[in-house]
Design a protein. Structure first.
Length: 334
């Protein structure tokens, strides 16, 4: 069987996180339609059965295998310490994977940012697959000339037009990646979805809703930290009781599957950079914060398979994007 790691790299807002969620078959990365939404490395595991290994576009399909996808922050010109770390994190994966998947937005003309991303791969011997995303937003006559344009740039293992939003072409991308992976044993168990701790998944879900409601005013200057993670139900093993005794840490358990029933009490702080940002998040008479909490709670209940009590507060931490200590406290500094 074919098993290995594939990195998704590209410019901000190219649709990497939407593509990751589509490939995995469930939501493991937030999507907000805002550049620089992804701030950390996100791992998602896809187990491919023989009959699922693509749509026949790849001759001699590889059969069953496991693809470990790594979604990375968008590669951009960094303006803050946090952004420098994000770009370094994305670039560092290039030499650590079996396949590099460059995700570009095909709905806009090729630009300097796309050339910069491709230039990072000069001299790299790892197979590179080019995923031309968002073909649902472009006129069909533009597609073949665009493919020819990129064929002239470098020798790609494959160029795959697709739409992460509709799913068109995604199965072919999966098959192409699988065909480039080495023979080997699975790196993760069959039921493993992501290495994201539950605490991070909660924080990212809340941040997604914050971005959705404030992106016009606060596109980059908010963060979310989970202050307390408490579970009022027993899991099939003693894990829940142990977690409750240590204060609802929620950090050691990565998502493998939903709970069944029970109650999660989640206490989160939404961090902003300036005092003037606080009322933007809260809204008139608290209406916006209430809406953020309501939407996040519904998604978290579906995510965990349990009832969720979600308590949100907004606090100011001035200049947090430039503070190593603040970035470390928020889980954004390696």
């Amino acid at each position: 069987m074919r098993c290995g790691v594939a990195s998704l790299i590209g410019r901000p807002n190219a649709g990497k996180s939407t593509l990751l969620n589509r490939l995995i078959g469930t939501k493991v990365a937030i999507v907000a339609g805002t550049p620089q939404t992804t701030r950390t490395r996100i791992l998602g595991v896809k187990n491919v059965a023989g009959e699922d290994a693509g749509d026949g576009a790849v001759a001699g399909g590889s059969g069953r295998g496991q693809i470990v996808f790594v979604d990375t922050p968008g590669i951009h010109r960094p303006l803050h310490r946090m952004n420098v770390r994000m770009v370094d994190l994305a670039v560092s994966t290039i030499t650590e994977v079996d396949v590099i998947v460059v995700v570009l937005d095909a709905s806009v003309p090729p630009g300097a940012g796309d050339r910069f991303v491709l230039g990072l791969l000069d001299g790299v011997r790892t197979p590179v697959v080019l995923a031309l995303n968002k073909i649902d937003r472009m006129a069909k006559p533009r597609l073949l000339p665009l493919i020819d344009h990129y064929r002239e740039q470098r020798d790609f293992a494959a160029i795959v037009p697709l739409s992460a939003l509709t799913g068109d072409g995604v199965s072919r991308l999966e098959a192409v990646i699988l065909d480039e992976l080495p023979d080997g044993e699975p790196l993760y168990p069959d039921d493993y979805l992501t290495d994201q701790p539950e605490r991070v998944l909660v924080a990212e879900t809340v941040r997604e809703k914050v971005l959705h409601h404030t992106r016009a005013e606060l596109p980059f200057s908010t963060a979310v930290v989970v202050d307390r993670f408490e579970e009022e139900t027993a899991r099939p093993d003693a894990e829940a009781a142990a977690e409750g005794e240590r204060g609802g840490d929620g950090a050691a358990r990565a998502l493998a599957g939903p709970r069944i029933g029970g109650l999660l009490r989640l206490y989160c702080s939404i961090v902003v950079e300036r005092p003037s940002h606080k009322p933007i998040v809260i809204g008139r008479s608290g209406a916006r914060l209430k809406q953020i909490g309501s939407e996040a709670r519904v998604e978290l209940e579906r995510f965990f398979g349990a009832r969720v009590y979600l308590d949100l507060h907004v606090r100011v931490r001035e200049g947090w994007r430039e503070s190593p200590r603040a970035l470390r406290d928020l889980g954004l500094q390696g």
